[in-house]
Design a binder for this molecule. Sequence first.
Ligand code: FES
Length: 160
Amino acid sequence: MPTLTDDQKARIRAFVAKYPKKQAATLPALHLVHDENRTVSNEAVVEIADLLDLHPSEVQDTMTFYAFFKGEGEKLGRTRLWVCRGLACALRGANELIDHCEAKLGIHCGQTTEDGAITLEFAECIGACDGAPACLRDDKHVMDVTPEKADKMIQELRAL
Ligand code: FES
């Protein structure tokens, strides 16, 4: 049974038209599937490769080059929560904030809560140093994050 929907396949084919070579659509295709399926399964890798006239290993190589993507056997939660531990954030308590979030969620960075609500990650500078310590809630910055603010955000995310 195919992993990609007809709509996803159509949008991946539309990416191809924007680039001089089909291979250049690999990353946009991976992002599309990853965002919507919350993982890129082995079957999805094969289907993307088929759409782009590539060997599955070429798609797999691109996917694993970036630690960003979750692959077979891994799945993102509904929200991906990145806690920045870059220098500015580290100087303002990011490592303690990461410890706090791990304890609050009962997981380590890179893992997803059992309820599927949150995947916790650490990041290296997310471009929000003026709001250190900062987090990314999917693609939105959250600035000046205290443990109390993190608790409130986690509560909100679990309720989504
Ligand atoms: S170091 Fe955290 S946002 Fe720059």
